[in-house]
Write a protein that binds this ligand. Sequence first.
Ligand SMILES: Cc1cc2nc3c(=O)[nH]c(=O)nc-3n(C[C@H](O)[C@H](O)[C@H](O)COP(=O)(O)OP(=O)(O)OC[C@H]3O[C@@H](n4cnc5c(N)ncnc54)[C@H](O)[C@@H]3O)c2cc1C
Length: 383
Amino acid sequence: MNILFSGVGVAGSALASWLLHHGFTPTLVERAPRVRGGAYGVDFRGEALDVLDRMGLLEQVRALNTHMGDAAMGDRDGNQYATFPAVIVASDLEISKGDLTWVLHEATRHDVEYIFGDSIAILEQDESDVQVTFERGEPRRFDLVVGADGLHSRTRELVFGPEERFVRHLGIYTAIFSLDNYLGLENIGQLYGVPGKAVNIFSARDGTRARAALHFASEPLIYDRHDTEQHKRIVAGRFTGEGWQVPRLLEEMRKANDFCFEANAQIEMDRWSSGRVALLGDAGYCSAPTSGRDTSQALIGAYILAGELAAAGGDHTAAFEGYERHMRGYVTEHQQAGREGAKHFFMATSAQKTLSMIAANAPEVAHAQIVRLKDYAPNLSAR
Ligand SMILES: Cc1cc2nc3c(=O)[nH]c(=O)nc-3n(C[C@H](O)[C@H](O)[C@H](O)COP(=O)(O)OP(=O)(O)OC[C@H]3O[C@@H](n4cnc5c(N)ncnc54)[C@H](O)[C@@H]3O)c2cc1C
C-alpha cells in the first residue's frame, strides 16, 4: 500500500518508521524546505517512552535529555525558579523539538521518499484510491493519505472543513526562541509573572544556550501565520514596559532566527478519518501546550495507527476505527488536562503563587495516561 502523509513533524516521522516496519510504502510531503527544528522542549511520559523503546530510539533520545524535567522548581537568593509551567510536573524526559525531529527523520531518511518544499493542494478520493494534486509536483495517486500537518492542518481543511470549526482557543499565546545563556543558568529556569503575562528563561542542553518563552493572555488574534516579523511586533507590543529581564529578551527576540509564535489551542473533532484520509497528532487532536502531552500523543498515535493498519491487513476502514477506539479516551483526558493547565496559567499575581498553583494541579494532570499499547509486531529495536 502506498500511503502519503503530509507533515514531517513528530507524528509524521514516527508513522513513517512504523509503516515501513509493517511493510507499507510511505511517502512524506513537507511544506518547509527541510525538517523543521524548534527552540522549545518537548517531553515524554509513560507509554510514549515505551514507544520510543520499541522503536529502538530510547537511548539516543535519553542522551539528548535537557534535564529540565529534573530541575523542576527551586529557590536561590530569594528568587523563584521553574521550567515552562506546562511541563513542570511528571515529565519523564525532555529534549528539544529540533533534536527529536532530527532523530526521527534520521531513522527513516534512507528508506522513505521525502518531498520537501511542497504541499497537498487538492485531494479527491473514490472507492479505490486518492488522487493528490500538489502545489508544485506532478499529481499522483495513493491508497491512503494521512494528515500529520499540525494544528493548522491543510489536510484537515481540505477534507473536513475550515479550522474555525474545530479549534478551541484557550486564551494564551506563546513566543519561544533560543539565545545565549547570558544568565549562566544550569539545568534550571527563571520565571517572571504579572497578571496575564509570564516569562521564562531556562538553560538549553549544553548550557551554552538558553531558551526564552513569553506567554500572554489574549482573545483569539487575527494575523498572518507565516509573517514572523509581524509575530515579533505583536509580542513586543505586549511586553514593552515590563521589568526584570524583559527588555533584554525583547532585544534578543528581534535577532532570533528560531523564533516560534503559536496559540495555545486544541483541535476537537468527532472523528479523525473520512474515507481513505486520516488525521494524526496535532492535526486531529491537539491538546495544547498547556497539556504538555502533544508529543506523547503524536508518538502513540503513530504507533497505534500503523499497528491497526497492519493488524487489519490494510483494510483502512477497520484500521481507522481501531485507531480511534484506542486513542479517543487518552486524547479526551489530555484535552481536559490542557484546559485545566490553561485555566490556572495566569491566575497568580506572583511567581511564587503560580508555582504553588501548578504544583497543586499536578496530581490531576499526572493521572492522564490511559492508553494500552498492543503488541502489533516485533519491535523495531528487535529488527
Ligand atoms: C510553543 C509550543 C510549546 C510546546 N510545548 C510542548 C511541550 O512542552 N510538550 C509537548 O509534548 N509538546 C509541546 N508542544 C507541541 C509539539 O511541538 C507538537 O505539537 C507535537 O510534537 C505534535 O507534533 P505533530 O507532528 O502533530 O505536529 P507538528 O510538530 O506541528 O508538525 C507538523 C508538520 O507539518 C508541516 N506542515 C504544516 N502544514 C503543511 C502543509 N500544508 N503541507 C506539508 N507540511 C505541512 C509543518 O511544517 C510541520 O513540520 C509545543 C508546541 C508549541 C508550539
